[in-house]
Ligand binder design. Structure first.
Ligand code: CP
Ligand code: NVA
Length: 305
């Protein structure tokens, strides 16, 4: 693994070994702390969009592993504006051992990898959010003991998070059922690519009806209806998406021991109710914590080997 740009780039074996490594690093951390395997290593955190989890979990992940990370806000670099992405990649490669970037255009992630000479980690683009999906399947594994043969129902907007979950589900043998309003679904290209990654137990089902998607599900997943960068569409989306809310009556259609997931930040009262977000099926906050543990596995893989 030279970069971490998309779940699509990883073999199922690589994904499984990242999940194993995350398990090991989390228990090592809980048992008194991680070994400083990244001593002397540095990570630049480049953001074109806001963040709580991604910024703090990568930064603390580096600290726990003995390395150093620093944050560059959207206004500091103005990547692609003040300076080309290619030049940012070339310059940062001379200073740091790896770069994590959160961008609008996915092309910017690809350009960082193309023009830089250090590992690039995708911390979300308009296209995907692979670090989120890795942490999410780590959370599924912790709560369900496996990923194969489980049913994950994703309800809401088929966005960057949904796309990475689809790819991870296919590679990890999970049944992925997605319910979106018409016009907000995954593209044929996404679905075809996802299906190419299918391993035993994996399948994709596409619905408009959220009840059909969550029926018998082990995992229910949702995300905001309006992603960062889509703010101009917010009023329109608020009219379309309410039937896709994760509320208790929808959760009751899944398995009684289903877990409810959300990458956060949540817009409580829109895509998820307080009752569900704070209810017995919710794993929202262990899921958020797991960003740090799963990303330590990425950092270890890219920088400690
Ligand atoms: N889930 C997630 O990526 O959160 P942030 O936007 O706060 O980083
Ligand atoms: N789909 C959301 C995810 C935030 C972590 C967004 O892109 O804004």
């Amino acid at each position: 693994m030279n970069h971490f740009l998309s779940i699509a780039d990883l073999t199922p074996d690589e994904l499984h070994s990242l999940l194993d490594l995350a398990t090991r690093l989390k228990s090592e951390w809980r048992d008194g702390g991680n070994k400083p395997v990244l001593k002397g290593k540095s990570l630049a955190l480049v953001f074109q969009k806001p963040s709580l989890r991604t910024r703090v979990s990568f930064e603390m992940g580096m600290v726990h592993l003995g390395g150093y990370a620093f944050y560059l806000s959207p206004n500091e670099i103005k990547m692609g504006g003040r300076e080309s992405v290619a030049d940012v990649a070339r310059v940062l490669s001379g200073y740091v051992d790896a770069v994590m970037a959160r961008v609008f255009e996915h092309e910017h992630i690809l350009d960082l990898a193309k023009y830089g000479s250090v590992p690039i980690i995708n911390g979300l683009s308009d296209y995907n959010h692979p670090a989120q999906a890795l942490a999410d399947f780590f959370t599924v594994l912790e709560h369900k003991g496996k990923t194969e043969g489980l049913k994950m129902a994703y309800v809401g907007d088929a966005n960057n998070v949904a796309r990475s979950l689809l790819f991870a589900a296919m590679k990890l043998g999970t049944h992925f059922a997605i319910a979106t309003p018409p016009g907000y679904s995954l593209t044929e290209e996404d679905l075809a690519l996802g299906r190419q990654f299918s391993t035993a137990g994996a399948q994709v089902e596409v619905y408009e009806d959220p009840v059909q998607a969550v029926s018998g599900a082990d995992v229910i997943y949702t995300d905001v209806w309006t992603s960062m960068g889509q703010e101009a569409e917010k009023a329109e989306r608020l009219k379309i998406f309410p039937p896709y809310q994760i509320n208790q009556s929808l959760v009751n259609r899944a398995k009684p021991d289903c877990i409810v997931m959300h990458c956060l930040p949540a817009h409580r009262g829109e895509e998820i109710t307080d009752e569900v977000a704070d209810g017995p099926n919710s794993v929202l906050f262990p899921q958020a914590e797991n960003r740090m543990h799963a990303q330590k596995a990425i950092l270890f893989e890219l920088l400690a080997k």
